[in-house]
Design a protein around this ligand. Sequence first.
Ligand code: GDP
Ligand code: CA
Length: 328
Amino acid sequence: MRIVVPAGGIGGARFLRGLKAALGIDSPVPEEQSTNAITVIGNTGDDITLFGLRICPDLDTVMYTLGGGIDEERGWGRADETFTVKEELAAYGMRPTWFGLGDRDTATHIVRSQMLAAGYPLSAVTEALCDRWRPGVRLLPMTDDQVETHVVVEEDGRRRAIHFQEWWIRHRAAVPAQSIVSVGAEDAKPGPGVLEAIAEADLVVLPPSNPVVSVGSVLGIPGIREALAAKTVVGVSPIIGGAPVRGMADACLDAIGVETSAGAVAAHLGADLLDGWLVDEADAGTEVEGIEVRSRPLYMSDLRTTEAIARAALDLGRELAGRKGGGE
Ligand code: GDP
Ligand code: CA
């Protein structure tokens, strides 16, 4: 069974760990195991250049989480991390100071930046980085083109667009967003292998990633949404009981005028895309026209519970695949 998963950072990565367990793929994957059962289309809208380094937070979160290098407690960055470089940069008065640039993590950014400067596309760079981490999935950037999520805010009576990371980390999404813009998306092309992987997929699973800036960014690359919609698509709600479980996704939903509820997010993603939608037991009874909704516990507290969520998504996907005409 071939599965495509468009994913952001922490929510996507944790779900993928459960999906791998459900499919019997070890973490990190041993040399001899095939890794093409799961193709991840990683969000690169959060990417940012700081201190001359190209940083891809969501690709790295997926790579580290599945490769065994993640800081489990924080959910991002490397385990056993230190922040000496960050402190030294601050001592030179270098801005910004709000980005959590870890020392171990910096090595990844140096390798990436050097390869990009040498002319390799991000997809090739990501593949090279994954050679070390062996995440057990094919990790494809949604695009090799530069696409960055910017947030329009009002500061001192003036409208200003800031990078998503500045809004998210520095302002903790507490400054109301007037709009969220995927800069460069219109002219971007899906990364190499992305449309092919979707075409070959038996099932598409949307993990509980941020529906606006993670899944939304992937869907915003011309051609990807249409390709996914032709497949059987099952999603896992990132909203439980009217709240994002971890993080501040509600601020993103507010910005695009979508209510923070499991049903509203499914309706926003659309019945043309979604065939099935898993909601938490707290949201049992949710109905969305044209989408098969099932309820079960969706809190990813540990690997076993996450594996069970992934199994439920696979089961629903198999069931619905039989009903969907064409494309399969
Ligand atoms: P980010 O890029 O690091 O913000 O990560 P993602 O976009 O992949 O995922 C973030 C989203 O995951 C959050 O907005 C939450 O709504 C969702 N999330 C986090 N933990 C859980 C969980 O245990 N269960 C569910 N259903 N959703 C979760
Ligand atoms: Ca992200």
